[in-house]
Design a protein around this ligand. Structure first.
Ligand code: AHR
Length: 817
């Protein structure tokens, strides 16, 4: 983490020295509907008006409850507690006062992770609101506000004012957008820089810098990367997947026509983990509409499989039809009679290319049958694997040349409530035995794409697997309580945590995953891997524990149990911890403190930020400790208002990555997030790759990832830029990095210009022994709003380079040229 001045000490010192200073009044309050954080106002004395400290500035926000408007703060009481003389804020996190929240701060700016109490009386005695604060109603900006008043010294007010003013300046800087560049840079011209490569200061950097983070969000897995073409093949959709939506049920995506009946039953299912199935009586055609239709290609073959239990033997036909009902492929299946389930398989060939096709299972007259696990899969999956991945999407991912794949989330990994934690064991084995799971992005996970398939995909593309398991706690934004009725109300909507008496079993599950991946075939879980067709180990090296969790008193003991056990049993595994969802704040601070205490090898940082944050924070990692815990920047993306993907976001990421390469001795891995999004089923934007059933639409941000992924190095060669301007708005918009790929013995030079004018550079590579004058590279260039730019070949001359406005230039130079 950053080596930074300890603000806790600063705050306490401040209190000590300012006791005799002149005083003013401070007022703490929140919006009457609870939809704000802690607000502060001040006045000189009783004869003056109250002034807000910051315009709608939240000094701390409640983190209790599910995302968004559920996070409320009522009646915040701010005081200095008796325990450790820290600022303490206590508020009601619910409108009925059923949950009380507490956090402390040395300076009113950095706060400890929040704690929640079902009963106000459970608050630690010495952290209960002090009598030195008085309930009051005061007029602030023309509105009457209820809150609490206290007397503080003037220096405290000055300090708060300065902080708020600094935040305002910072906010303005980080929200600079390229649309204002014509004004911002109206008089800019003749920008140039010089740089000289300095191999004597070269350093070894990570060879795993660019990877991918796959999560089943935006229909990324089911309906996306997973090759299955039928929707709700297992009849397991249920309203609870989707907040009680009654249309989201076992018959979703299915329709039945003909002279008979179709119903859903649950007695004697094909597997207890897959309890629902269809029951057919009579001559019925059961039709599946796929995910917004099924796309098939002329001449291609598709695997059909279905589980049938039929009283008598029968002859079924399976057809592919156009939306208008014309048959474009068919196959026949003869079933045997009896009372057990049998899985039947056949192939079907499409005679036409159609989007929006349907699959029909035609049951003959007199049928008395049960049906489950109806599946349609292209033969042509990625690497031809059965139960494999959609070829075009998987290839688009492979083209990034990712060095690792993080899976299965994100929030999907830790789930909404503990019963929704992604249990890896429920995602392996025969398809009918896998446990379908509610997807917290409001749909359904068949988990046909499960842990085994993720491992295979990594192997197929030569990437390290980086599975992420929950740290015994679900998503910090959970709206679903734990599964024990005795759990206190405060677990509602928060990190309830797996009960401690179940943690040993959970820890064992974590160890079993490592055995599944790496154990030899004589081990229990290694044998299951072999049964699944992969006797060779998957060589798992990394394991994520936790996903941007609250570093709370629920999280810490559970994380430690898992971490200690993995370290004891598998010291060779690099455990990746978590430091919250932001680049600063309570969880970042507490997460890093924990990482350093426990000597966690690596932590996962997340930040979705304005492009200008990336422009102005290229020094973010420069002061990180070089020899301690390493960083995995597991989720990041540049977010503009409206959340587009365009050249502005892409170039900000390209620029920021030059600084990450400079720090790739500390930042060992990075992955943009999220990865995939199906048009029409997108819960989160921007994403790296959009797709429909028929097409794949990589974004400009994808082009940047691909340029980096295909051009990473193993040694960083410093070549600091000297720009002919002292204006940070100018200098921070130009970036360069030089790396050496020791495998190919090539230097790779990356140059980014985020200015609206051409930049000329003098890049002296002669210290590297490079004499070549002109090289062919590739360049991504366009207007900031362009959305479909792709890299084009470009001639790059050295030492005099020319960087067009809004461009990213990349060139590989053989070391001996
Ligand atoms: O990438 C989308 C989501 O962002 C992830 O699921 C979560 O980890 C983060 O909040």
């Amino acid at each position: 983490m950053k080596l930074k001045f300890c603000s806790r000490i600063a705050g306490v010192m401040f209190l000590t020295f300012s006791l005799n200073a002149q005083s003013a009044d401070l007022f703490s309050y929140s919006a009457p509907d609870g939809k704000s954080g802690l607000r502060l106002a001040w006045r000189v004395d009783a004869s003056s008006d109250w002034q807000p400290l910051g315009e709608n500035f939240n000094f701390v926000s409640s983190d209790f409850g599910p995302w968004g408007s559920h996070k409320t703060m009522f009646s915040p009481q701010l005081f200095i507690n008796a325990a450790d003389s820290l600022w303490t804020c206590v508020w009601s996190a619910t409108s009925d006062g059923s949950v009380t929240a507490l956090t402390t701060s040395p300076d009113l700016f950095s706060w400890t992770p929040q704690r929640y109490f079902a009963n106000k009386l459970d608050l630690p005695r010495d952290m209960r609101p002090a009598t030195s604060i008085t309930a009051d109603s005061v007029l602030i900006g023309g509105k009457m506000m209820k809150g609490f008043r206290q007397t503080v010294d003037n220096a405290t007010i000055d300090r708060i004012k300065k902080f708020v003013a600094d935040r305002g300046k910072r906010g303005a800087l980080f929200s600079q957008h390229a649309k204002d560049d014509p004004t911002r840079f109206a008089n800019l011209s003749d920008v140039s820089f010089t740089a000289t490569a300095n191999p004597s200061e070269a350093k070894q950097i990570s060879d795993k810098l660019i990877g991918i983070f796959f999560e089943d969000i935006n229909y990324g897995a089911d309906g996306g990367l997973y090759g299955e073409l039928l929707q709700n093949r297992d009849f397991e959709y249920t309203p609870s997947d989707r907040h009680g939506d009654q249309n989201w049920n076992s018959t979703h995506s299915w329709s039945a026509t003909g002279d008979g009946s179709f119903s859903i039953a649950t007695d004697s299912p094909i597997h207890p983990n897959n309890p629902h199935y269809g029951v057919i009586n009579g001559a019925v055609t059961l039709t599946n509409a796929g995910y917004d239709g099924i796309s098939v290609k002329k001449g291609e073959k598709y695997r059909v499989s279905l589980a049938i239990r039929s009283v008598k033997p029968m002859r079924l036909s399976v057809t592919l039809t156009t939306p208008e009902g014309a048959v474009i492929g068919n196959a026949a299946i003869k079933t045997k009679g009896g009372d057990s389930w049998t899985i039947y398989k056949t192939l079907i060939k499409a005679t036409r290319s159609v989007s929006g096709a349907k699959l029909n299972v035609n049951f003959p007259k007199g049928s008395d049958a049960s049906v489950d696990m109806v599946s349609l899969f292209p033969i042509n999956t990625f690497k031809g694997r059965e139960n494999g991945l959609r070829q075009d999407l998987a290839q688009t991912l492979a083209d990034l040349k990712p060095r690792f794949v993080r899976f299965p989330g994100g929030c999907v990994a830790h789930g909404n409530g503990i019963d929704n934690i992604y249990d890896w064991k429920g995602s392996i084995g025969s398809l009918e035995s896998r446990k379908p799971l509610r997807n917290l992005w409001n749909y359904h996970q068949t988990r046909g794409l499960g842990y085994h398939e993720y491992f295979l995909f990594c192997e197929d593309i030569g990437a390290e697997p980086l599975p992420v398991l929950a740290a015994g706690v679900p998503c910090q934004n959970s709206g679903i309580p734990g599964h024990h009725s005795h759990e206190p109300l405060t677990t509602l909507g928060q990190q309830c945590g797996i009960p401690m008496d179940e943690m040993d079993t959970y820890v064992q599950d974590v160890l079993d995953l490592i055995e599944y991946a790496n154990g030899d075939v004589t081990t229990t879980w290694g044998a299951k891997r072999a049964e699944a067709g992969h006797p060779e180990p998957f060589n798992l090296k990394y394991l994520g524990i936790g996903n941007e969790d609250l570093i709370s008193e629920v999280f810490v003991p559970r994380f430690k149990m898992i971490y200690d056990s993995v370290r004891a049993h598998y010291p060779e595994i690099t455990v990746v911890g978590t430091v919250g969802p932001f680049y600063e704040g309570s969880d970042y601070d507490a997460g890093w403190k924990l990482a350093e205490e426990l000597n966690i090898p690596m932590v996962d940082e997340h930040y979705y930020v304005d492009p200008a944050w990336m422009i102005h924070n290229q020094d973010y990692y420069d002061n990180y400790r070089r020899n301690g815990t390493k960083v995995y920047l597991g989720e990041y993306a540049a977010h503009l208002p409206g959340r587009p993907n365009n050249m502005e976001t892409a170039l900000a990421e390209a620029l920021y990555l030059t600084s990450v390469e400079r720090n790739a001795d500390v930042v060992e891995m990075t992955s943009y997030a999220p990865l995939l999004a199906k048009r029409g089923n997108t819960q989160w934007r921007p994403d790296l790759i959009y797709f429909t059933n028929d097409s794949v639409m990589p974004t400009t941000d994808y082009q940047v990832q691909k340029m980096y992924g295909n051009n990473s190095g193993t040694r960083y060669i410093p070549a600091p830029l000297k720009v002919n301007s002292s204006d940070k708005n100018v200098t921070n918009r130009i970036g360069m990095s030089i790396v050496l790929d020791e495998g190919s013995s090539e230097y790779i030079v990356k140059l980014v210009n985020l200015l609206p004018v051409e930049v000329k550079g003098n890049v002296d590579l002669s210290p590297l022994g490079i004499t070549a004058k002109e090289m062919t590279g590739e360049m991504l260039a366009g207007k900031p709003t362009d959305t479909d730019t792709t890299p084009q070949p470009v001639k790059v001359t050295f030492p005099q380079v020319s960087l067009p406005p809004y461009s990213f230039t990349l060139v590989r130079i053989p070391a001996n040229k």
